[in-house]
Design a protein around this ligand. Structure first.
Ligand code: 0ZP
Length: 334
């Protein structure tokens, strides 16, 4: 049982940019679903046999409890709405779940019965696996333990950590459970205390820098969110960034700022606790916006009172989430 047995590849899908999915085996003999591991939510839900026939045939692997000898019906229903307006709901079973060679018996699995239209396109995930804190799990009347919570309470991993390294383009990324991969980067891992009172991996981010000039944002916080594609920050920061790029404009149709593809890009960095991390220009230049424009990887957080450091930020760091010391530890990788 090598340490690396507890590592599992994270594959980026949909133009290599929108989301990362990870293979998870469910049931006996078992099916392997590709789940979007989301540190911004705490529900493990899957495409299932309870969906209508039309949505089941969209090229997804589904979980059917009648085909698993270890499946058991559990009580409760679930109903989740995400930041981007997508939603899902259904009922609950328990079954055996294997993630990165860690097998969890009796894990609660939320079966999708209804999915919002945004999920019903081709090629996306077969469900989500939430890695945030237990209190935001949506199963009612009583919430269910998340996979990480079960790994810890059932003593399946030691130490009580999971780590995230997201790849860029074709680069390999991975998640690990109970194991910190020190081969990822020679840079030191910096400790930052987490405030989990809202259920998120939330840390202080009280400064940022633009072209080497540091700017204070007293009291500002951010969450680590692998389920959010972009880096979402307050409007004054967004305005300062794009205001300094010749020809940058807000595109109402695409819902964000874009800039001429040949523009000179600024150096941008954001603090996590006491350490400031540079956003890679390749990730800031998020994608083709048509007509010679590039869609920006940093956009508005809207009405939220904290930032969301999504994949555009996370690709530049190795993150260690420690449940015991309650910290979000980061090391620069590029
Ligand atoms: C996303 O980042 C989308 C991609 C996306 C959305 C909107 C605009 C975009 C512009 C450019 C590029 C990407 C954009 C994720 C996504 C990827 C691939 C396929 C998808 C198919 C359908 C729907 C989404 C897809 N969504 C973020 C999000 O809601 C946007 C956001 N807005 C965050 C505000 N905050 N992510 C959630 C996980 C998604 C859900 C995973 C849909 C994929 C499927 C959560 O991580 C967000 C979290 C927000 C919270 C931290 C404030 C959340 O909603 N948690 C649920 C808890 C409920 C709070 C108790």
């Amino acid at each position: 049982d090598k340490d690396t047995d507890h590592e599992v590849p994270a594959e980026s899908i949909q133009n290599g940019a929108l989301e990362y999915v990870v293979p998870v085996k469910i049931g006996t003999p078992g099916v392997t679903l590709k789940l979007d591991f989301d540190t911004g939510s705490s529900d493990l839900w899957v495409w299932s046999s309870e969906l209508s026939r039309a949505s089941k045939t969209k090229g997804h692997t589904i979980y059917d409890p009648s085909k698993s000898s270890t499946a058991k019906k559990a009580s409760g229903t679930w109903n989740i709405s995400y930041g981007d307006g997508s939603s899902a709901s259904g009922n609950v079973y328990t079954d055996k779940v294997t993630v990165a060679d860690v097998t969890i018996p009796g894990q609660a699995i939320e079966l999708a019965e209804k999915l919002s239209a945004s999920f019903l396109q081709d090629g996306g995930n077969d469900g989500l696996l939430g890695l945030a804190w237990p209190q935001i799990n949506t199963v009612s009347p009583k919430s269910v333990p998340t996979p990480v919570e079960n790994m810890i309470t059932k003593k399946l991993i030691n130490p009580s950590v999971f780590t995230v390294k997201l790849g860029r383009g074709d680069e390999a990324g991975f998640y690990s459970f109970g194991f910190i991969d020190t081969s990822v980067t020679p840079n030191p891992i910096t400790y930052t205390p987490v405030d989990n009172s809202q259920g998120f991996w939330q840390v202080a981010s009280s400064s940022w820098s633009l072209n080497g000039e540091t700017r204070e944002r007293s009291g500002n916080t951010t969450i680590l969110d692998t389920g959010t594609t972009l880096l979402l920050v307050a409007d004054d920061v967004v305005d300062a960034i794009y205001g300094g790029i010749e020809g940058a404009v807000f595109d109402n149709q695409q819902g964000g700022y874009k800039f001429p593809t040949n523009a000179t890009l600024p150096d941008i960095a954001f603090a996590v606790g006491d350490t400031i991390y540079k956003v890679n220009a390749k990730d800031f230049a998020f994608g083709d916006a048509g007509d010679g424009f590039t869609f920006g990887g940093i956009q508005s957080r809207g009405d939220l009172d904290f930032d969301i450091f999504g994949d555009v930020f996370l690709k530049s760091v190795y993150v260690v989430c420690k449940s015991i010391h309650n910290s979000w530890d980061t090391a620069r990788v590029t």
